[in-house]
Design a protein around this ligand. Structure first.
Ligand SMILES: C[S@@+](CC[C@H](N)C(=O)[O-])C[C@H]1O[C@@H](n2cnc3c(N)ncnc32)[C@H](O)[C@@H]1O
Length: 254
């Protein structure tokens, strides 16, 4: 996977809001991608980021997914924060998606340090968030250090597979898959979760260009007739079934 080549291709193809006829996608560009945040909105997240950035604690990491290309088995929290947390513009994207679409039920695959979880929680404290993590030491660290007391968040220690196979069924409004970056597994999790989605569920897939297998899976998903809207933001891909609109694929500047 030649990321530089892929990036140039993406930049060449990516559109702004002009020429977008889908009202849903036009609104997404205006209200989410172009939204400027008030600088105070994410104060609590910034404080947590400052703590993580300086945190020298080391944990033994139990690898569940495809594995980091850069981190070893014993990991410092500050390195995990630097390399695998949703901060910067991708953290804002999560925040704004939740703020704008107001999903009531959210599931996140890959809690890690809870950085993405916190962004989503700050955007809507009433949203019920379930977040799944397979590494027990990471799960324990995040449970202990998550900066808000009694948030509306269920921190679950489980493999993604076991979570997807459980009997209890939900109807999620937003599903964020941010771990186990292997294309075959991504397709499998989406198949298993399909009956827990509805026509407007937002499927947010991180690291669609992390490897060839992830990108192949993304290409398969974005051409799947089931999803009428697919949006490529280079690192993140978004899918929505939206059967009420014509099938269209969007590569958008972000
Ligand atoms: C990139 S990090 C998640 C970052 C987080 N979502 C954020 O927004 O900051 C991926 C996490 O997924 C977990 N993970 C990967 N594959 C998994 C699997 N198959 N089952 C359970 N957890 C998994 C890893 O342990 C890791 O903590």
């Amino acid at each position: 996977m030649n990321l530089l080549y892929e990036f140039i291709k993406y930049k060449w193809q990516a559109k702004g809001r002009h020429g977008i006829h889908s009202p849903f996608v036009y609104d997404f560009v205006e209200k989410v991608l172009k939204n400027k945040l008030n600088s105070k909105e994410l104060n609590q997240a910034n404080e947590y980021h400052n703590f993580l950035q300086r945190c020298d604690i080391e944990i033994e990491f139990n690898e569940f997914g495809a594995g980091s290309k850069l981190l070893k088995k014993t990991r410092r929290i500050k390195d995990m924060f630097a390399l695998s947390s949703s901060k910067g513009k991708y953290g804002k994207l999560l925040y704004l998606l939740v703020k704008h679409y107001k999903p009531e039920k959210i599931v996140e695959f890959g809690t890690s340090l809870g950085v993405g979880t916190l962004q989503m929680h700050l955007a809507s404290k009433s949203a019920e968030i379930t977040t799944v993590e397979g590494c027990k030491n990471t799960h324990a660290f995040t449970l202990k250090n998550f900066p808000l007391k009694n948030p509306n968040v269920n921190f679950i220690l489980s493999s993604f597979e076991a979570f997807c196979l459980q009997e209890v069924k939900n109807s999620y409004d937003l599903i964020f898959i941010d771990g186990h970056h292997d294309g075959e597994y991504l397709l499998r999790y989406l198949r298993l979760l399909d009956d827990q989605t509805h026509d407007n569920t937002l499927l947010i897939l991180d690291d669609i260009r992390w490897s060839k297998s992830m990108f192949d899976a993304w290409k398969k998903l974005s051409t799947d007739k089931k999803y009428h809207v697919s949006i490529d933001l280079f690192r993140v891909g978004i899918l929505v079934k939206k059967p009420d609109q014509a099938k269209e694929h969007f590569i958008l500047q972000y």
